[in-house]
Design a protein around this ligand. Structure first.
Ligand SMILES: NC(=O)c1ccc[n+]([C@@H]2O[C@H](COP(=O)([O-])OP(=O)(O)OC[C@H]3O[C@@H](n4cnc5c(N)ncnc54)[C@H](O)[C@@H]3O)[C@@H](O)[C@H]2O)c1
Length: 321
């Protein structure tokens, strides 16, 4: 196991939802952490994700873009490990802005790989996604499940994953790809279903379900996603491998809504609003996470009820979007 104390880690997108939690954990483990983040206008409020770290001497922030070679090279100097979280997330948003998704997710990742090559840096963790799979051909999704993304977002995340693994093969980069499944929790993006539903209920607006609500998702609490990411950095056996990072419980969206509404004051009185399903949505994700358990020693700990409890406690303190 790699000891992170004294290591320098660059987290691209480290002001975002998942990235900022990874930053917190790395700092706690004694790493020096650098963040490269463009504070993209996809959504606001990312400053508050990192403000508690600004005064720490082991933390530094570079406001810049993975699309800018100079900024990339400057932020990569002297780095031991890169955790690449910068990306354009959101299937619906990427349906509307596919050029932006391509630019950030594919071109941005390619730029990062080239810059790492130029500087002779080796170790990279890539934030991939369950969206790369598309329609399920078997009940549980293991790492060998076919990848047929049904959206531009999924396609960009898969293309970038292929680039990362290809650079690993040819240029000796030590790459690990983590395919996160529907991550939620404190600092969650406002477009995500759990965050958006909470915010609407607090405002007295009906929660929205796209489609009939029979879609199934494997929701992963953010601290479990962070555990997997840090283990991937620490475990040498993770190099050149791809892992599915999902909790391992299939929840129907209608069931999720019931659980959310029963927890929140006023939730009972609201009628769910069913909107037409959007293109690129997929019927189900249900992970087989046995490879991550075996190789990383990862054990997801926070089930959906505990996760909702933790998240809503945080929301109560931190407010509505
Ligand atoms: N949240 C999930 O459920 C989930 C699931 C699977 C994969 N992912 C992937 O994990 C990563 C992080 O997702 P998130 O949910 O935390 O999203 P997020 O939007 O909160 O974080 C992404 C961060 O990247 C930054 N960024 C965007 N463009 C950039 C650029 N050109 N240069 C530098 N920084 C840039 C943004 O400002 C933001 O801080 C993304 O790559 C996403 O595709 C997320």
């Amino acid at each position: 196991m790699m000891n992170l104390e004294g290591k320098t880690v660059l987290v691209t997108g480290g002001a975002g939802f998942i990235g900022s939690h990874i930053v917190d954990r790395l700092l706690d483990l004694g790493a020096a952490v650098r963040v490269l983040d463009s504070f993209d206008d996809f959504y606001n409020g990312k400053e508050s994700n990192i403000k508690h770290n600004l005064a720490r001497s082991s933390f530094s922030l570079i406001r810049g873009s993975i699309l800018d070679e100079g900024e990339l090279l400057a932020s990569l100097k002297g780095v031991d490990v890169v955790i690449h979280m910068a990306g354009q997330a959101g299937i619906r948003y990427c349906n509307t802005f596919p050029e932006k998704a391509h630019l950030i997710n594919v071109v941005g990742t390619f730029n990062l790989l080239q810059a790492m090559r130029k500087l002779g840096l080796k170790r990279l963790i890539y934030a991939s996604s369950s969206s790369i799979f598309g329609p399920l051909v078997r009940e549980r999704i293991d790492e060998d499940h076919p990848t047929n993304p049904s959206s531009p977002y999924g396609a960009t995340k898969l293309a970038a994953e292929k680039y990362c693994m290809g650079f690993g093969q040819v240029y000796g980069l030590e790459v690990t790809s983590l395919r996160y499944f529907s991550v939620y929790g404190p600092r969650g993006r406002p477009d995500q279903i759990i965050a958006a539903t909470y915010d609407r209920i607090q405002k007295g607006s009906p929660p929205i379900i796209y489609g009939d609500g029979k879609q199934v998702r494997d929701f992963t609490f953010v601290s479990d996603a962070v555990d997997a990411t840090v283990l991937a950095v620490q475990q040498e056996d993770s190099v050149s491998r791809i892992f599915n990072i999902g909790y391992g419980e299939a929840i129907e969206i209608n069931d999720l809504m019931r659980r959310i509404m029963s927890r929140l004051n006023g939730g009972h009185n609201l009628q769910i609003q069913n909107e037409p399903s959007y293109l690129g949505d997929f019927l189900a994700t249900f992970v087989d996470n046995s490879l991550a358990r075996k190789i990383l020693g990862w054990r997801p700990k926070v089930g959906i009820d505990q996760g909702l409890h933790n998240y809503f406690a945080w929301k109560t303190e931190n407010g509505v979007n």
